[in-house]
Design a protein around this ligand. Sequence first.
Ligand code: ZN
Length: 679
Amino acid sequence: MQRSFLAFLALPLLLACGSPGAGPDKTNTADTLATDTFKWEVDQFGDVRILRYQVPGWEQLSLQQKKLAYYLTMAGLSARDIIWDQNYRHNLTVRRALETIIKDYKGERSGAEWDAFMTYAKEIFFANGIHHHYGMDKFTPEFPRAYMDTLVAASGAKLPKEVVDILFDPAIDAKKVSLDKDKDLVLASAVNFYGDDVNAKEVDAFYTAMEVKGDTTPLSYGLNSKLVRGKDGKLMERTWKIGGMYGAALQESVKWLEQAMDVAENDQQRKAIKLLIEYYRTGDLKTWDDFNVAWVQDTAGTVDFIQGFVEVYNDPLGKRGSYESIVEVNDPIATKSMSVIQENAQWFEDHSPLLPEHKKKKVVGITYRFINAVGESGDAAPSTPIGVNLPNADWIRKDHGSKSISLGNIIDAYDKSSGQSSLKEFCYDQAEIDRAVKYGSLAGNLHTALHEVVGHASGQIEPGIGGPDATLKSYASTLEEGRADLVALYFMMDPKMVELGVMPSLDAGKAEYDGYIRNGLMVQLRRLKMGKQVEEAHMRNRQWVSAWVYEKGQPDSVIVKVERDGKTYFHIRDYDKLRTLFGDLLREVQRIKSQGDFQAGHDLVENYGVKVDPTLHAEILKRAENIKTAPYAGFIQPRLLPVTDANGNITDVKVEYPDDFVQQMLEYGEKYSFLPAVN
Ligand code: ZN
């Protein structure tokens, strides 16, 4: 549950500031790559932009490291079908039909209907399915059903009528993940984690019965299976493993992982890969924990990876992991410039506004690195996180530590591809714009570092209280993300940051406050359709954090709402008082987590994080039309190409940067598709 995103308006400073020179030491790009002529943005459709990223430092890797990165990337791609099927049970059928139509349709390939069809197809490729990757709503085809029938018939695509019905009927499976508290979350969610007739109450009962009281190293129950009703009417897990559900894809993945094991950089890394293979073979969750412990202790290698059923955002009950793969190489220089925060983690904990009993006496095992992504797939592509903190199991984090990374080259690509139009539209005055331009990139990086390193690692739960997933249920994710944001916000205005030499002045902190409030109270509404409430965990937390401090600061006019020429602005008048309010809220949110206070967590999120002022919402949507940039972005992946000698031995691995999104999707569909349509 610990990952951060940098979709355009999520952290607008970093993206909108357009000052690629700022931020941590960017010598990571000081190599032979031509960054000036590189085409960062290559496509735009629906509400997304398609970007590309570079892999700086690739040529400096040894052949062994290149091979390792290549094998791991192939392992990741080989199982990419899984995310499609997890997202929705008909997704693979739909995707293959789209691929066939795009490849084989011989009729007119232009005009309004064809264009609408291609936009629809690209949206689905982007989302790994027929539901929006972030908003969770099912896509609406903007062309007639008869046209789809024509394309299917003329191309020979296999798309059963029953599935076409679903695509064109807005009422069926309308939402991938529903967090609407008035509904049964499992029944109301289209995601393919539960049998059609399984409800939330049954799922709760099933896993409550599995829990062992007092277990200090609990397994991640439900992480790697679909829960269905067996022939006897009782619930049973269909485990994702070789020989089980998704076995064919995992089998392919393991072939590559075995080769990766042979070229591992050290024994610890080899041990981790071996355990991952064993986990894919057995589906044993104890082996998954063993893998994570081995993986978190593998800190010496230059190449690293994330793979498996990891993040649980796509399950309304937060149990089942979505398949993802990220292969990465270290960026030692940028990491060094940020490690100072890591070295001072205990100072931050000691000086945080938490209640004394909720502070960690000893902050364990935080590592923080800026890495460069080499290849992403599954739930991590095309839309990608920009920061990740793993593993997710609380007890492993406590006993063995965790790894925090920022994806430096991805952040760089965002920076280089975006302009200042959002700032001009939503900033209160020129001073705010100037601060954002000057410090936005740095502030964003520091926020990420504080959020991941100090934020998620901070605080402790009171004895006898269960983990937040058990006590705070569907509010756990948004409360945890908000808590980590609050830690970051609190310290962004601490003179210690200047003293440590990571920011030149507290103006960088002010820029972060400006951006956070602007986004949380206003700009992010652009990502919601009219009439919708906020559901996504990160969007919720940005709103409840911002709305709470806005309300509590009203007696002192800490943040004022200004109407000017029919436009709303939020202007921060007192940064120090705002910092105090962030601290007050942090203390309260930590108390909620530490004591498992479900009611208080529920009230905070529901009262501040969910509801939307329709007048303001309409205004923001209208103003957003002035900005041409799409609110979401994702990436075309680099292509790794092995060079072989006469004996078939790999002598080098080259990196290519494809620039056609649809072509890449078709290529992936041809090369890396191993699952049947129905699983
Ligand atoms: Zn986080």
